[in-house]
Write a new protein. Structure first.
Lengths: 328, 362, 387
């Protein structure tokens, strides 16, 4: 088990390096850099940039130097000083901006994941056991509907309904009195009271696909000979179902975290933009549109790393659940 | 000496309702299983052997179900069952069980009439009648330990406590020839070889000392040496535990070695049944004759004769012939008769029947 | 045998079950495609999905004719005009008469917000009609036409069947034009990912070993990155001064850049399982070269699966494009896609004033749902021997 853990951790290192490179390169793709954008936007507002300040910035980030030098400078800052560079759009170090938002993104994604599981698992089992029943068709249909509705559309519709019929706003993660308040139990409670709306919105598509996966897995397992063995032993159907096929179908279900998590993080980004939640989404899009490169790259990188870590956790969970993987 | 009847199957029909049509997997099967005896059911793949066996336990997979017929289980009386259990726990392995239940069957249950998900059939499964399967690889859950799966069967049907059940399970593992059973208790099936897994299956099946062990091609998926060992083990265990065995196979060599009685099936019907000697030495049905001709024999093949194979192919299940099922492939086909009448069972002697118009008395 | 029996009997003598028996007896000789069609046909939702998909693509084909006007026509005096319902019959003295019309608008001033709003005026009648002459257009860019499927008979008075947006643009026309863009971007993106996927997946599955390992790692890597941020990053990298068509292709390439991984996995899985099949071995032993082995023997055997997987990846592409355009990172006017239209609905105030701006979302929903059902049915049918 320990060996398994170590091997998985080792695998992660090249993945993380690759992620950081990809994040950085994407940000480098557009012509020009943030300095030129900044100069242009300042010029548009009729201002001029101080030449010496420009020099200093160019020096600090190695602008004008080859991309790999810029990348290395950036990485050096992150690894040795925890410095992700500065956000020019906010005039602050990136690290001041990302962590709280990343934490909320994490909470939101995790809550969505739990929601997705809690809903998909029982419905998937029901759908498989009662295959072709009315309930199965209904679940399948709702599932398809959930898959077909873009997250943001659902968010818009909910917002519209809340606004039109309840005259309420569903945006945000906190009530106004807590928005700027320091963390307290009250604020945590407030967070959870607000959290369910985005969680349900983000979770819909994932729930729909997980129901289908659970159903398919379980249907496969139900046809396996060991089920017949267990039945021939005289086990009651329900006990049999949960001890064997459901338990075994749980493994591939858990391993879906690997791709459910990226979709949830994606969903969280876009839903947060619509609902203007204080997570990474809205900041990321602003950063991208303004070519605020270090901020955008840091977000893309950290979100991806978060996902990779989530996948690692699910792999460990899977190893714990499945002796075949554990003993490999 | 005839031993008392254990299972009596009368006109059993199990059909599968598929979208493409109805498959009459078992279509009017009659035979009996006697206590402590081994009955072999032979036939090509797809002839309904397995479905017949599964019908007995009511574990036919969807969308199949028993549509007609009776499966009468003559339940040996409780006392006898207890004495067998005592005999086993005494570890003496004496054969006294054979005398102790010399026959008073008190209860006759029609298994075909029981609700497949009901309590009654569940109590019979694993306790009175247990089953082992062809694929020892997949017939055990891959993520539960061997011990867990055996003790489950024990605690389900007895009042034994967890640790008593464990002790019993380890004892069973030793009995089926698994070395270091107390260590093996905690291993997972994927850590064992095919032969070992089949032994585990046997241990599990015998854990509640059943009156009948159904073995559905137990040696098909293992190599020849292991096959011999498993069959030998089954024979030993039969002497010791005193259960009847219903052995399903397509291997006539296995039949010759194991069987007391033989049932030959073709396309969901019994074509011939009788004791092993008369089937091998005096086969009546053209199909049985053809089957016997198709096995290679040492010494006989010296003159480089080609092995006989049965003409034609098994017809597809949606397209069954009229009249005798074997008609289209039969060398003695009588036009106008064999394709008109489904031959009834013709008594040739006690427990000796053939379903063929050739033997019809005028 | 049963078939010949049926033929020799006179029609009256055929028992009710005979037709069924005929089907049953032919199950054993039916070709793979026939079996697939039978299986697909039984899947009612898939049939419905297939039909809706066909209709949507037909709409995409004939947008110029179907749309009452072109999507970019701005009429500032019709800001946020609500939808006008089409009435087919008109009440006259002689009773109901076939004469399509809509009710016109009247302007009301909201005393609080001091805002002009349009409301439907039951008194006013604007004549509408089918196959009316209207704004001229070039059909498929090939020839001039001015016939529209439905519209106002008076070119001076526009009709908004689904309402107007902030700039008085007709939502129905925009949506119909958007169909072409949204649906084609899905198709095009899928074809691009298809080539990437089948190539890399095929190479991976066919050769196995190190190549396989490398490609698998790359796939895993791409899949582990959350798609939306990645897409956002890539889309933001497209220069804003590119012409619309180039942006369109750029977005398509970005979408397929991530979309190919799923297909590659399917193809690889198939290759791995087929590689050891006897018929592939036989082809190899016969001296067929690798390309022949792959294209003549292996690909046909999982072609049906590929089609199903392709169909199932179109919705993902459509949703992705919609999301990107919605965020303002994807397509931009004058190109209209459903996502571009939904961008108008980005803030709650516009939605509150003009809820009909959400209607393009319905189009996305219907298209994606139809494609999903269709693809699901195809996938089930793709393996007719499997139950």
């Amino acid at each position: 088990m320990l060996q398994f853990l170590l091997r998985r951790l080792l695998y992660m290192i090249p993945t993380m390096i690759a992620i950081s490179i990809v994040a950085f390169v994407i940000i480098q793709l557009p012509p020009g850099d943030f300095l030129t954008t900044m100069v242009a936007s300042m010029a548009a507002q009729g201002e001029d940039m101080d030449q010496s300040a420009m020099r200093a910035l160019e020096e600090q980030y190695g602008l004008g130097q080859p991309v790999h030098i810029q990348y290395l400078k950036w990485m050096q800052g992150i690894l040795f000083r925890g410095d992700f560079g500065d956000s020019f759009g906010w005039n602050k170090p990136v690290s001041d901006l990302v962590w709280s938002r990343l934490a909320l993104t994490f909470v939101l994604s995790l809550a969505s994941l739990l929601f997705v599981w809690a809903v998909a698992f029982p419905i998937g089992i029901y759908s498989a056991v009662k295959q072709y029943s009315i309930g199965d068709y209904f679940a399948t249909f709702i599932g398809f509907l959930g898959l077909a509705t873009p997250n943001f559309l659902l968010a818009l519709i909910l917002m519209y309904i809340a606004f039109k019929f309840f005259n309420q706003s569903v945006g945000g993660l906190f009530s106004p009195e807590y928005t700027e308040a320091p963390w307290s139990w009250g604020k945590v409670a407030d967070l959870f009271a607000h959290l369910w709306v985005p969680v349900v919105i983000i979770g819909t598509a994932g729930t729909a696909s997980l129901i289908r996966i659970m159903r398919a897995n379980l249907l496969d397992e139900l046809r396996k000979p060991y089920v017949v063995t267990a039945r021939a032993k005289g086990l009651p159907e329900w006990r049999l179902l949960f001890k064997y096929p459901v338990r075994i179908a749980l493994n591939p279900f858990v391993s879906t975290v690997g791709w459910v998590l990226p979709t949830l993080v994606s969903g969280a980004a876009i839903v947060s933009i619509v609902l203007s939640l204080p997570t990474t989404g809205p900041l990321l899009i602003r950063a991208l549109l303004q070519q605020d490169m270090y901020l955008a790259a840091s977000f893309i990188m950290l979100l991806s790393i978060l996902t990779v870590i989530g996948t690692l956790v699910s792999d460990l969970l899977l190893a714990w659940l499945d002796p075949r993987i554990r003993m490999e | 000496m005839e031993s008392p009847i254990l299972i009596e199957i009368r006109n059993l029909k199990t059909h599968f309702y598929l979208d493409e049509g109805t498959v009459q997997a078992v279509n009017g099967v009659d035979f009996t299983i006697h206590q402590h005896k081994t009955l072999c059911v032979v036939g090509e793949s797809g002839c309904g052997k397995s479905v017949t066996a599964r019908s007995i336990l009511q574990i036919v997979d969807q969308p199949g179900r028993i549509v007609e017929g009776e499966i009468l289980y003559h339940r040996p009386d409780r006392l006898a069952a207890f004495s067998r259990r005592d005999a086993m726990s005494n570890e003496n392995g004496s054969n006294d069980s054979n005398d102790s239940n010399g026959s008073e069957t008190t209860e006759i249950i029609d298994l075909a009439a029981l609700n497949p998900r009901g309590r009654e059939i569940r109590e019979i499964r694993g306790q009175d009648i247990s089953m082992i399967f062809q694929e020892p690889m997949t017939s055990l859950s891959p993520i539960h330990t061997v011990g867990n799966q055996i003790t489950e069967a024990i605690t389900l049907h007895t009042d034994l406590l967890e640790d008593e059940a464990k002790e019993h399970a380890i004892e069973l593992l030793r009995r089926v020839g698994i070395p270091r059973p107390d260590e093996r208790f905690d291993t997972y099936p994927f850590e064992l070889s095919g032969g070992m897994r089949q032994r585990v299956m046997i241990a599990m099946a015998l854990s509640c000392n059943p009156a009948l062990l159904i073995a559905d091609e137990p040696t098909t998926a293992v190599d020849v040496t292991t096959q011999a060992q498993i069959l030998e083990l089954l024979e030993e265990l039969q002497d010791e535990f005193g259960m009847a065995i219903m052995l399903i196979t397509h291997d006539l060599g296995v039949v010759a070695e194991m069987a007391d009685d033989v049932v030959v099936m073709y396309l969901g019907q019994v074509v011939e049944r009788g004791d092993v000697d008369s089937i091998f030495h005096d086969p009546k049905h053209p199909y049985t004759q053809a089957l016997l001709k198709s096995i290679p024999r040492l010494g006989v093949s010296r003159n480089r004769q080609r092995l006989d194979s049965i003409r034609g192919m098994v017809p597809d299940p949606y397209n069954r012939p009229t009249g005798c099922m074997f008609g289209p492939r039969c060398d003695h086909f009588m036009p106008g008769r064999c394709d008109a009448v489904n031959p009834p069972a013709i008594q040739l002697g006690p427990e000796r029947e053939v379903n063929c118009l050739l033997y019809e008395e005028e | 045998m049963a078939v010949t029996d049926v033929k020799t009997l006179s029609p009256e003598a055929v028992a009710p079950g005979a037709a069924e028996a005929e089907i049953e007896s032919s199950v054993s000789v039916a070709s793979q495609w026939q079996l697939m069609w039978w299986k697909f046909r039984k899947h009612r939702m898939a049939m419905a999905g297939g039909i809706v998909t066909l209709i949507i693509y037909a709409i995409a084909l004939f947008v110029e004719f179907l749309a009452p006007s072109s999507p970019g026509v701005i009429r500032a005096d019709y800001t946020w005009a609500p939808p006008q319902r089409l009435h087919f019959f008109r009440q006259t003295d002689e009773g109901m008469r076939w004469d399509p019309y809509v009710n016109g608008y009247k302007v009301e001033i909201d005393p609080e917000a001091l805002k002009r709003t349009f409301v439907i005026d039951e008194e006013q009648v604007v004549d509408a009609g089918f196959f009316v002459k209207g704004e001229p257009y070039e059909m498929w860019g090939l020839w001039e036409m001015d016939l529209h499927f439905v519209g106002s008979t008076d070119p001076e008075v526009p009709i908004y069947f689904l309402g107007a947006d902030r700039m008085g643009r007709d939502l129905l026309s925009s949506m119909i034009y958007g169909t072409r863009v949204s649906m084609s971007i899905g198709l095009l993106g899928v074809f691009m990912s298809f080539f990437l996927g089948i190539m890399l997946g095929g190479v991976s599955g066919f050769y196995g070993g190190t190549v396989d390992n490398l490609i698998q790692r790359i796939i895993e890597f791409i899949r582990s990155i959350p798609t939306i941020p990645l897409w956002m990053g890539l889309a933001a990298a497209l220069p804003t001064d590119w012409p619309p068509l180039r942006i369109y292709f750029g977005i398509t390439i970005i979408l397929s850049f991530i979309g190919w991984t799923g297909l590659a996995r399917v193809v690889r899985g198939r290759f791995l399982s087929l590689r050891t099949e006897d018929f592939v071995m036989a082809a190899r032993l016969d001296g067929a070269n690798e390309v022949t082995t792959i294209w003549r023997h292996m690909v046909p055997s999982f072609f049906s699966h590929i089609i199903a997987s392709l169909t199932l990846s179109i919705p993902g592409m459509i949703l992705a494009e919609t999301s990107l355009s919605f965020l303002g990172l994807g397509l931009r006017r004058p190109v209209v896609s459903w996502g571009v239209l939904l961008q108008e609905a980005q803030n709650i105030r516009s939605v509150a004033t003009a809820p009909w701006l959400l209607i393009p979302g319905l189009a996305v929903l219907v298209a994606v749902l139809a494609l999903n059902f269709f693809g699901d049915g195809l996938r089930d049918a793709a393996d007719p021997y499997n139950r």
